[in-house]
Ligand binder design. Sequence first.
Ligand SMILES: Cc1ncc(COP(=O)(O)O)c(C=O)c1O
Length: 428
Amino acid sequence: MPAQESKAPGIDRLAEVLNATAERLRDNYPYFHPLYAGQMLKPPHPVARLAYALAMWINPNNHALDGGRATSAMEKEAVAEIAAMFGWKSFVGHLCGGGTMANLEALWVAGQLHPGKKILAGEQAHYTHKRISGVLQIEFETVPCDSRGRMDADALAIRAARGDVGTVVATMGTTATGSVDPLPEILALREKHGFRVHADAAYGGYFVLAGNLGEDAARTFARIGEADSIVIDPHKHGLQPYGCGCVLFRDPGVGRLYKHDSPYTYFSSAELHLGEISLECSRPGAAAAGLWATQKLLPLKKGGEFAEGLERGRKAALALFGKLREDSRFVMAFAPELDIVVFAPRAASASESSGLTRRIFEAAAKRDLHLAVAELPVHFWAENLGAMKRDRETISCLRSVLMKPEHLDWVDRIWEELSCATRAVLKS
Ligand SMILES: Cc1ncc(COP(=O)(O)O)c(C=O)c1O
């Protein structure tokens, strides 16, 4: 092509503004560090950062092949590898902005297939399912959870018998506790009542590759491929920068629901343009490049290096759970099903324990151990509360997400810091 020179406006002041940007970015928690174990934050793999940055230089748009030929092809390949992880060869699916967008799309399809019927999800399902149902104007109801934070299958059976349920959302790893809804029982109820099953595996989906799940979670992940749709977030456990969710449908025929007659969307070829099977229009091709490169380096295989990373996080969670359970200063809810541990300080009552939680959270942060606080039903602690008074419906507890492979090497240090922070709070 003829040579072309471009000079971006304002380029003379670029260094100055970048320095100011870097200065502003200092105000963050140390997300990369294993002592950060608060929210679901996992650093992207270096190959993902580099491939993303490389593609960003081109800035392709994966809406259409016209805007991102190479990255559309990479997206199709990377998404096919994710679908294969669930045992799907024929499917329709794509990347999107994140778990919320992906769930919106899955429920938008579900609503069209079961018009006038309700969406049900467990009480611990991500809060956005209710909001999404509101946007879609589909009635939404929650199903109670059992004492381990999983959808109560008996309660679902009673509710589904009314015959007005169009879709059941099964959460494969709840946001607060990493609990895994009982998919085999939910699938059995689908046989009986004909609703759709949507698996929200935004957080937990990759654990299908882990070889060290407990019996119940393993039983559920073995059946995930039988769901009608699956959401999984490469930007959570898939080592990707933010802006990378994924939605998959088992029946490729749902592609017909996306048909539109826009006069201004011109496609340059008869090949599949991702915009024809996605709710969003413009999307970053760079996200596909990051994901594609990561999966080339770390294939989604059981027993592989990527799977080992997940297994290490789970081992770390079990190790921390073991230490907490042995220490009388804490009271445990239940053993982690994935890599999230929740625990509360033992006290005379749930309200007193909730107050201590806040103080331990702050004392730990001062020691550079960053945890999270969650508000969970007291009945999760039912078996272990002992003499503690249940004077509240919920308990503010501490929550630790051990999702980095390195967390396993840091469990002792995490425990030490937590133990010291707790000692300081209980003494004061
Ligand atoms: C189970 C589950 N679903 C959906 C979401 C929403 O995903 P996102 O934050 O990517 O929109 C989350 C986020 O934590 C989640 O844990």
